[in-house]
Design a protein around this ligand. Structure first.
Ligand code: FES
Length: 84
């Protein structure tokens, strides 16, 4: 997993067994950079207080009403294209 900033917008990019996902990179709890957290399976773990979000749909693990925006991803060779 990694953090990228595109046009001032932070994204968390996750590679789950070869499938690449892009999700909003700012944690809604206290604005931590999610792309600097850990990846456990499909769960992105916030580096500050360990809230977890599913990178496939942005959903918080305990509170489904908290959902981060996700973005369509296309991989072309070494490039990861994200539809913002
Ligand atoms: S800032 Fe992400 S869990 Fe607190």
């Amino acid at each position: 997993m990694t953090e990228v900033v595109i046009e001032g917008r932070s994204l968390a990019i996750a590679n789950v067994e070869g499938q690449v996902y892009a999700m909003d990179g700012i944690c809604p709890h206290r604005n931590a950079p999610l792309g600097q957290g850990a990846l456990h399976g499909t769960k992105v773990v916030c580096p500050w207080h360990a809230w977890e979000f599913d990178c496939r749909n942005g959903e918080h693990d305990y509170n489904p009403s908290i959902r981060l925006q996700t973005f369509a991803v296309k991989v072309e060779g070494d490039d990861i294209l994200v539809e913002l």
